[in-house]
Design a protein around this ligand. Structure first.
Ligand code: GLN
Length: 480
């Protein structure tokens, strides 16, 4: 048995029955990383020594069944472990504290395999914007894994971890999950703590799981969800459901909305075909499919790129060479700021700081930032109206399967258009998942996105589970 291929649920069962040991599992995963990460480049930092030390300390080897090797996106602060955001400006930053999500995983016995690559500060859709190196897609190493959580998705898809954590501001969990054939869930805004997640756009960022199947996604949601007094935007809801308990409830009578704005000219025919077939299969299992409209969808990219860059320009002001991270000296304070920022930030990050500062400046605030906020409210209302009629909404996750490395790097607008089906979900704050629903003729995975009501991750997971059980896309593995 190749232990690195296991899911969380399978590994936990085998560990509990003592058919495998946590030490064997961890060894298998690190050997896998040593074998293939030179081809994929999913990890920025591999934490083998810390992992085995933690195993010793918690004595998981003999005593419990929760020592699951998990990879963490490198924008989550991990105490004592370098956290770079894939940026030169944080190239040697080691946080003195632990993010809430990683602390919850540690408390549940999970063991970190390392920190995964991302587009610098999570700004991108291909992981090509990493300040260090691009990550490759395990299904075709000439293609991108998606982004910004490309390292996490590639690590899951190539079994270099049992599961991973990502973050999603405009699609960064769902889009790489779709490109790499994984399951990826962006929870409702406020469901999961952002404490210790290095901020990109604070009103949009959410942390979530990237896994090999839907059950694992529910298992991780049980651990990471819930109110956190350290995050003032975390939702103060006492009861977090047991997401594994309702997985098997099926889709009989479930109303699935199909928004016409998501099945448009320009979308890849194979993606459209696979997604429509998947929705038909759900209908065959007892769901009712209802055509709906989300009329402000066409504005979502424009609104997203104004608001996300505005928030980023403010959030990234803290990287100035004074408090932490890179410092490049100069003749005076101003020159030190200039040298540090110009050498520390990459091209895309600089572009976004400029865009955001521009839309927030006094002459343009009303025309851009304020207008974008008003349209954001309309986008959120589109979803609220739709959810008066349907229980979930089904769409493609991305307009195309994974594209070739380098195909979009010279045209930022083409790259931004990749978020056409994912960014409005962050603007509205609602939860959404991407699950595998087929393959292109080139053998690249295709993702189905299922969007839910605020704090109704249960229904998304139950719908996804029903579909997954009736199909076998998730059983196909990348040949690497
Ligand atoms: N691709 C989008 C962007 O570049 C989304 C990124 C994200 O979700 N972190 O901003």
């Amino acid at each position: 048995m190749e232990l690195f291929r296991l899911t969380i649920a399978e590994a936990q069962r085998l560990l509990a029955k003592k058919e495998i040991s946590a030490h064997e599992l961890l060894t298998a995963v690190f050997n896998r990383i040593k074998d293939i990460d030179n081809k994929i480049n999913a990890y920025v930092t591999i934490t083998e020594e810390q992992a085995f030390n933690r195993l010793k300390v918690s004595n998981n080897d003999t005593n419990n069944n929760t020592a699951i090797p998990i990879a963490i996106k490198d924008n989550m602060c991990t105490k004592g472990i370098r956290t770079t955001c894939s940026s030169k400006i944080l190239g040697d930053f080691t946080p003195p504290y632990e993010s809430t999500v990683t602390q919850k995983l540690i408390d549940s016995g999970y063991i970190f395999t390392g920190k995964t690559n991302l587009d610098e500060f999570a700004m991108g859709s291909s992981t090509e914007n990493s300040g260090f190196f691009p990550t490759k897609n395990p299904w075709d190493i000439n293609c991108v894994p998606g982004g910004s959580s490309g390292g996490s998705a590639a690590a899951v898809a190539s079994d270099m971890c049992i599961a991973a954590i990502g973050s999603d501001t405009g699609g960064s969990i769902r889009q790489p999950a779709a490109f790499c054939g994984c399951v990826g869930l962006k929870p409702t805004y406020g469901r999961v703590s952002r404490f210790g997640l290095i901020a990109f756009a604070s009103s949009l960022d959410q942390v979530g799981p990237i896994t090999k199947n839907v059950e694992d996604c529910a298992i991780l949601m049980n651990i990471i969800s819930g109110h956190d007094p350290k995050d003032s935007t975390s939702a103060n809801i006492k009861n977090v459901p047991d997401y594994t308990a309702t997985l098997k409830n099926g889709v009989k009578g479930l109303k699935i909305g199909m928004p016409k704005e998501y099945f448009i000219e320009g979308i890849d025919k194979q993606v459209e075909g696979a997604v429509k077939l998947a929705i038909k299969q759900l209908e065959g299992m007892g769901a009712e499919v209802i055509p709906i409209s989300l009329p402000h969808t066409q504005y979502s990219i424009a609104v997203y790129y104004i608001l996300a860059t505005s928030e980023a320009s403010s959030n990234l002001a803290r990287f100035d060479g004074v408090k932490y991270g890179l410092r490049v000296d100069g003749k005076n304070l101003l020159e030190m700021y200039q040298n540090t920022k110009s050498q520390g930030f990459g091209k895309e990050v600089k572009r976004r700081i400029l865009l955001g500062t521009y839309s927030l400046s006094s002459g343009y605030y009303d025309a851009y930032y304020k207008k974008a906020q008003a349209v954001r409210t309309l986008i959120r209302k589109d979803f609220a109206d739709a959810f008066k009629i349907v229980d979930v909404i089904a769409t493609p996750t991305t307009p195309t399967p994974a594209f070739k490395i380098g195909a979009k790097t010279s045209d930022p607008l083409q790259m931004y258009l990749n978020d056409i089906f994912t960014s409005s979900i962050n603007l509205a704050g609602v939860p959404a998942i991407s699950i595998p629903c087929g393959f292109s003729s080139e053998g690249l995975p295709i993702g189905l996105q299922i969007i839910g009501k605020d704090f109704d991750e249960e229904t998304i997971l139950r719908t996804s589970y029903a579909y997954e059980q009736a199909t076998d896309h998730h059983k196909r593995t990348a040949k690497i």
